[in-house]
Design a protein around this ligand. Structure first.
Ligand SMILES: [Zn+2]
Ligand SMILES: [Zn+2]
Length: 350
């Protein structure tokens, strides 16, 4: 098999050729047909997350190079272990990558994505910047119906991340307009899931005029520049003077979370999703003054993946733009994403 691995943090991904693994027990080998490049791959490749105040959280122990990144994987089952019941050779599937230890309280309560000893594909285990991938159990394979392959892979991270975030707005947004912050790969999915799940097109905020234009093409109610002096006024005008019922921050930076917090209606909910980094400082009386809620969101559970894929297969979720690149362009695609030059989602095709 061929893969592109992180050998050293911050250095170009390197091509490695090695024998394709053979599946044992419940394992399945998937021949990859497409893999998305996610913004968290940039942080994982850099080797740290920005925790604010000059503090960094190292990804060295999690990634433990050499490692194949890429957690948005779609492919075809090529080989199955002797106990991999339910998986068939030739079966096409999106791979759920947020795999846990399988033993702990989180894993046994169906919340594998919250496991403290994660075994996520493309993070702690080898992932999708490759032509093959080892998946520990057929239960992580999800049917994608007639959805195009290159689009299907995106539901493994940008899809489930956006869906998980939008679900946190359900019942907490008081039926008011919702704000999506950031119109990158995940934010555009957030736009589509807000429309599909809440039945309302969201307001989108992005500092990049091209991304705002793309958000409008994708059906946003309005697209605003959060750096505009009157950005908050624009939100009040769009929401009948109250602010938004929920703000989904798909950037997760200091400026974006502050912007989301200031855009909220009374009782509104800020959902923080992105990993851009920094810290958020909040005057504590604001919680009791306004009844606002701040919550975090991390991908979604296998059950949520099943729910989401049912919506996707039923054609209820509009597609987001996909930019196809060859697997050999893995490093270039990662660098373009780091520089903010990708409109939609880059997908590597082996
Ligand atoms: Zn991701
Ligand atoms: Zn666990």
């Amino acid at each position: 098999m061929k893969s592109y691995k992180v050998i050293e943090f911050g250095k170009p991904l390197q091509r490695v050729d090695e024998p394709t693994p053979s599946p044992k027990g419940t394992e399945v080998v998937v021949r990859i047909t497409a893999a998305g490049v996610c913004h968290s791959d940039v942080h994982l490749w850099e080797g740290f997350f920005d925790m604010g105040g000059g503090n960094k959280y190292s990804t060295a122990r999690t990634i433990n190079p050499p490692r194949v990144l890429g957690h948005e994987i779609v492919g075809e089952v090529e080989a199955v272990g002797s106990q991999a019941t339910g998986a068939k050779v030739g079966q096409r599937a999106v791979v759920y990558p947020w795999i846990g230890c399988g033993q702990c309280w989180y894993c046994s309560s169906g919340n594998e994505h919250l496991c403290a000893q994660p075994q996520a594909l493309g993070i702690g285990k080898d992932g999708g910047f490759a032509d093959h991938c080892l998946v520990p159990h057929p239960r992580y394979l999800f049917d994608y119906g007639s959805v195009p392959t290159e689009l299907a892979c995106l539901y493994a991270c940008s899809g489930i991340t956006a869906y998980g975030a939008v679900k946190k707005a359900v019942g907490n947004d008081m039926g008011k307009p919702v704000l999506v912050i950031g119109a990158g790969g995940v934010g555009l999915m957030g736009l589509q899931f807000a429309a599909a799940v809440l039945g309302r097109k969201p307001i989108v905020a992005d500092i990049d005029p091209k991304k705002r234009e793309l958000a409008m093409q994708q059906g946003a109610l309005a697209a605003i520049d959060p750096r505009d002096k009157d950005a908050r006024k624009q939100i009040l005008e769009l929401t009948g003077g109250t602010g938004v019922g929920a703000a989904l921050d798909f950037v997760g930076g200091e400026a974006t979370s502050q912007f989301g917090a200031r855009a909220l209606a009374r009782g509104g909910r800020l959902v923080i999703v992105g990993l851009f980094g920094g810290t958020l400082s909040v005057p504590l009386p604001m919680f009791a003054f306004t009844g606002c809620q701040y919550v975090g969101s991390v991908t979604g559970s296998p059950a949520e993946m099943a729910e989401m894929m049912a919506l996707v297969r039923a054609g209820k979720v509009a597609p987001v733009p996909v930019i196809k690149r060859g697997l050999d362009e893995a490093d270039a695609a990662l660098q373009d994403l780091r520089r903010g030059m990708v409109m939609g989602r880059a997908v590597l095709v082996p």
